[in-house]
Design a protein around this ligand. Structure first.
Ligand code: MAN
Length: 513
């Protein structure tokens, strides 16, 4: 198998110079590499010639690319055409066996080998070009998808602004209804406070006058009683202290009259029931009652009608709300039906409608803002190099590898399906992706698959190299239930540029590196 020697070490610097690999202090012109003169002590400047001695045999492969073969494979009777197409690795043995029955030949095949090599290079380049073309298409599709998201963002952002504008209007209308209804309620309260029937006002005035007279009369009686008490005491004293021997008939007559008065007065007092007469305090209470008297909002019969109406409107409210929302009737349908909402404890239907409208508008704005955020995140997130994986989202790759069909979906899941019984095992859900610049490979990691029987949770790592199609080439399970999947995809390709394609300068054997 041919292998391209680490060519990255055989590149001129910007001045066209090159340094010996094991001796960086020795600077040569790049033209001295493979010029058949050994300049570096480690022989690194002559990888393609035999100029520097060592354990390697160098074949010139005229017409093709020079090769380098381990000395152990020189003159061993096997023509190593893959490295030395000129057959020179066996020249010594051929020469020594010439004329014997072991004589053999390693004809120079460089012309044919080079032709095939060039064809292969062309084919590889053609495939690389094709794969890069597909990569370009994927990137184009991803760009278009992103642009479509941008459009969606703009449309949604405009719609959010528009809905917000409408929401502000609806909020303003709600505020207006709220303040109107609260004003109405206050006005109603105040109107009620003033509403005092005339008969109550008149009764109050009359009773106030009666109360005043009552109070005055009560005061007078109290005063007179005190006077009588005082005079009674004088006469009582006189009755006790006068001298009956003086025989003054006027005094005697006065004492007799007083005693009669006393008797009559006691009898009169005994028959009187003062409890039947309301005192000044209770009259005053009645007055206070009259002063605080408030007329009922409506006579009993009207109130009943109003409450029945209110019940009917309440019962029909969902229908009325619907009709009002659809413009069939006006929002203030309660007043249309003669229902007074000003002393409602709960919100009026109109207020409810407005609150409902605002709530709906708020929900609509929040829902759209949520959607906008999701689309924005989808737009802003970079999906792989050049956003290429965006276009592959939800596409799947499946290949039969004998015992199992392995399958993975970009941004989806990875599965292992038995070809015997069709049972499907979850190998994990897409978790992350990364691109290795040096290896030019794209890796997708799938985590949290089905748990392995008495083992770990399955996971899969898929490494893709550049290819014309997406395909799984090989699956290994180095640790139980940990899957390494190797494959190809245009998504792992790079831009195709003729000038970046390097052709090998030296052929050597694979197992030597
Ligand atoms: C199944 C497959 C295998 C896995 C074993 C573990 O047979 O998923 O890949 O190694 O289970 O028990």
């Amino acid at each position: 198998m041919i292998f391209i020697l680490d060519l990255s070490k055989y590149q001129p610097d910007e001045d066209g110079n090159w340094t010996c690999l094991g001796h960086p202090e020795i600077v040569l012109s790049f033209s001295q590499v493979n010029d058949d003169i050994c300049d570096c002590p480690d022989g690194s400047d002559e990888p393609g010639t035999a100029a520097c001695s060592g354990n390697w045999f160098h074949c010139r492969n005229e017409g093709h690319i020079p090769g380098k073969l381990p000395s152990s494979r020189v003159n061993d009777g096997v023509c190593d055409y893959d490295v030395c197409c000129d057959g020179s690795d066996e020249a010594g043995l051929i020469e020594s066996l010439k004329g014997t029955e072991l004589e053999f030949k390693c004809e120079n095949r460089c012309k044919q080998v080079h032709k095939e090599y060039i064809e292969r290079i062309h084919e590889e380049r053609r495939l690389l070009k094709e794969a890069s073309g597909k990569r370009k298409e994927l990137i184009k599709k991803a760009t278009e998808q992103r642009a479509a998201l941008k459009k969606e963002i703009d449309v949604k952002a405009n719609k959010v602004a528009e809905l917000k504008e409408k929401l502000y209007e609806k909020e303003a209308a709600l505020q207006e209804v709220e303040s109107r209804e609260s004003q109405n309620k206050n006005h109603k309260k105040n109107t009620h406070a003033e509403a005092k029937p005339q008969i109550v006002v008149d009764a109050y005035d009359v009773l106030q006058k009666v109360a005043d007279a009552h109070r005055k009369a009560t005061d007078d009686v109290t005063k007179l009683n005190a006077e009588i008490e005082r005079l009674s005491k004088i006469i009582e004293t006189m009755k006790v202290e006068y001298n009956p021997n003086f025989n003054d008939p006027a005094v005697k007559q006065a004492i007799r009259s007083y005693e009669e008065y006393k008797v009559n007065s006691d009898e009169g007092n005994a028959g009187e029931s003062s409890q039947d007469v309301p005192d000044v305090g209770s009259v005053q209470n009645v007055l206070i009652g009259l002063q605080d008297y408030r007329a009922p909002s409506a006579p009993q019969s009207t109130s009943l009608v109003a409450s029945t109406k209110r019940k009917i409107v309440k019962f029909l409210e969902p229908v009325l709300l619907w009709l009002a929302e659809n413009g069939v009737i006006s929002y203030g349908f309660e007043s249309t039906f003669g229902v007074d909402t000003s002393d409602y404890e709960e919100d009026s239907a109109e207020l409810k409608i407005h609150k409902n409208i605002v709530k709906k508008a708020q929900d609509e704005v929040s829902e759209l803002e949520k959607q906008l955020e999701e689309v924005q995140t989808l737009h802003d997130t970079e999906h792989g190099p050049n956003d290429i994986l965006r276009s592959l989202k939800d596409t799947c790759v499946a290949d039969n590898l004998g015992e199992y069909v392995y399958e993975f979906c970009f941004y989806g899941g990875a599965h292992q399906k038995s070809t015997k019984d069709n049972s499907r095992v979850d190998l994990g859900k897409f978790d992350n992706s990364s691109y290795d610049e040096a290896k030019k490979t794209l890796t997708l990691n799938f985590e949290n698959g089905a748990r392995c029987w008495s083992g770990p949770i399955r996971r899969a790592s898929i490494t893709l190299s550049c290819g014309t199609e997406s395909k799984i080439l090989q699956v290994t399970e180095p640790e139980r239930c940990e899957y390494f999947i190797r494959g190809i995809s245009p998504a792992a390709c790079q831009e195709y540029r003729e000038d970046t394609i390097t052709t090998p300068k030296l052929l050597t054997v694979n197992d030597e590196l």
